[in-house]
Design a protein around this ligand. Structure first.
Ligand code: UD1
Ligand code: CA
Length: 449
């Protein structure tokens, strides 16, 4: 049996190198705060407790995690990573193992840590450019000390094995070492890394666990590093998608901010962005430069280029775009089509119903085999309230019509082009509301005097 695991997440740093009003660990990678990735990792390890060390702009963090069961340890002054862990000590039980994670290093994954059990370790990696990181001074598998960039001499700076920041140790021992920290270094901070040297002096050294994937340990101290983390994260997701059989025509240009589940033979063209939770059925095609957010698209749905979909459900093969904007509550049935420059919101289109061009459909319930002509507008809003437009099976709406809701267009009804419909229209009949066309004989254009 492993001992209980207590995860301590450090997130109190000011993050000055970000030059942002937003707390560093709340900056996002793949659409989620860095600290969310770290928190999710912590949770995946089945910890007994999670303690979050906060300080600088801590209110932002407390609001962010308001719903979570977290021990909040305040670090009033940011005197270093060791000092930060000292603030968590009151929450640590002697018989636990303590795992320290950094809120600004969001790429570590569960499988990087889950096999390590009750080991006392530092997670390390080999970096071609180790600048800025603490360097690992090894003695075989054990670590003699970690030297920070700013304190390192020339020889030590040549070392390419770096400290990820992630360490694990028995709580009782850790508490002892934390008491002995000094701030006798370049930055006059209490370094957590000094613990590693103290442990070696006590003949209870930390072992180095080097990750094969060096990218996983990278942290973000500035916007450039944040962009690098985004790249690594996106690349990782693309690899997973392609391994699962998804065809990414230009992988480097496709980003996923959230989750994406795909059936077989899904094709995603250049420049597509996914946000939130998306599910794509077999043979779904997403055209170039589409944005797809929180959608559930049935098999054989085709999304043409430059379309924006948010909260869309399709229940069968259908066609969307190009240049369509589908907003939450849009539901499309088999054989339906929403074409270019059509906007929908809370609109259902039944089987084989089509709105091919230049239309706004809001709060609309549309039956099967309906044709919506170009320029049709559902007038769903009176400035205060929203109303529903119902269009029954087989109706034909002539171009440039306005349907002033609440209103119902009857079954197989035809609406003449250019009509403003304010009352329900009967089944099967033609309804139109426009002045008759007339021509004036012998009329002459005015002339310049
Ligand atoms: C730290 C390590 C370095 C390691 C690198 C990995 C130390 C002394 N250095 O350097 O060896 O290679 O991480 O990314 O540990 N924090 C607090 N309170 C503080 C200071 C920091 O909570 O007083 C938090 C920060 O919010 C951040 C984390 O600790 O989440 C790391 O702090 P940071 O200042 O970024 O350390 P690095 O200089 O990157
Ligand atoms: Ca850092």
């Amino acid at each position: 049996m492993n001992k209980a695991l207590h995860v301590v997440i450090l997130a109190a740093g000011a993050g000055t190198r970000m030059r942002s009003a937003k707390l560093k660990v709340l900056h996002e990678v793949a659409g989620r705060a860095m600290v969310d990735h770290v928190y999710q990792l912590a949770q995946s390890l089945n910890p007994s407790q999670i303690t979050l060390v906060y300080g600088h702009q801590g209110d932002q963090l407390q609001t962010h995690f308001a719903a979570e069961a977290i021990n909040w340890a305040e670090q009033k002054q940011q005197l270093g990573t060791g000092h930060a862990v000292q603030q968590a000590v009151p929450f640590l039980n002697d018989d636990e193992d303590v795992l320290v994670l950094y809120g600004d290093a969001p790429l570590v994954q569960t499988h990087d840590l889950s096999k390590l059990g009750g080991k006392q370790f530092v997670l390390t990696a080999h970096l071609n450019n180790p600048t800025g990181y603490g360097r690992i001074i090894r003695n075989g598998d054990h670590i003699e000390a970690i030297v920070e960039q700013k304190d390192a001499n020339e020889t030590e700076r040549q070392i390419q094995e770096i400290n990820s920041g992630i360490i694990q140790a028995p709580a009782k021992l850790l508490k002892g070492w934390l008491k002995r920290l000094s701030n006798n270094n370049q930055q006059q901070e209490y370094y957590l890394t000094e613990v590693i040297g103290l442990a070696a002096q006590d003949n209870t050294p930390f072992s180095a666990v080097q990750l094969a994937d060096a990218n996983a340990v990278k942290g973000a101290n500035d916007m450039q590093q944040l962009a690098e983390l985004e790249d690594i994260f996106q690349q990782r997701q693309r690899q997973q998608l392609m391994q699962a059989g998804v065809r990414l025509i230009r992988p480097g240009s496709v980003d996923v901010r959230g989750s994406l589940a795909c059936g077989q033979d899904v094709v995603i063209d250049k420049g597509v962005l996914f946000e939130g939770h998306n599910e794509l059925g077999d043979n779904v095609k997403i055209g170039a430069f589409a944005v797809v957010k929180n959608c559930h698209l049935a098999a054989d749905t085709v999304v043409e280029p430059h379309s924006m979909l948010d909260g869309v459900t399709t229940t069968g093969p259908c066609s969307i775009g190009p240049f369509a904007r589908l907003r939450p509550g849009t539901k499309l049935a088999t054989g339906s089509k929403v074409g270019n420059f059509v906007e929908t919101k809370k609109a259902q289109l039944g089987q084989n119903s089509k709105a091919s061009h230049l239309t706004y459909l809001g709060d609309a319930v549309i039956g099967n085999n309906v044709n919506i002509g170009a320029g049709t507008i559902t007038c769903n809003y009176d400035g205060m309230n929203k109303f529903t437009t119902t269009i029954k099976d087989g109706a034909f709406i002539g171009s440039d019509s306005q349907l002033v809701a609440p209103v119902t267009v009857g079954k197989n009804a035809t609406i003449g082009a250019g009509s403003t419909i304010t009352k329900d229209t009967p089944d099967e009949q033609l309804t139109l509301s426009r002045s008759r066309q007339k021509s004036v004989k012998d009329w002459q254009r005015p002339r310049k005097k």
